[in-house]
Design a protein around this ligand. Structure first.
Ligand SMILES: [Zn+2]
Length: 102
């Protein structure tokens, strides 16, 4: 038998190795654009981040992502990245309207 190898990629932030499919892929195209690649197939330089709040927070904090990629990443893309992580978790993590107001 020869089992299929799972392609592993490293998170650019925490540097842990994970199966490619479990990571969020960001792509930097030849003309310098950066965007989130949901299909994992877009051409360009790939960069991977864990779909975890911890890593995404870290990536977006202090332009770490910009530095890692080597250029300023669009706010849109950052927002997309955030959404991808925050929406995949169930509620309970962030409940802005909870608790007493006074
Ligand atoms: Zn990570």
């Amino acid at each position: 038998m020869n089992g299929k190898k799972v392609p592993m990629r490293m998170c650019a932030i925490c540097r842990s190795l994970k199966p490619k499919r479990e990571l969020i892929r960001l792509v930097r195209t030849a003309d310098g654009q950066v965007f989130m690649d949901e299909t994992g197939k877009k051409p360009g330089r790939g960069l991977y981040v864990c779909p975890e709040k911890k890593c995404v927070d870290e990536a977006l904090k202090g332009s770490r992502l910009d530095k890692t990629i080597g250029r300023a990443v669009d706010q849109d893309v950052k927002q997309q990245l955030k959404n991808a992580v925050f929406e995949s978790k169930d509620e309970g993590l962030q409940r802005p309207n909870k608790g007493e107001a006074r």
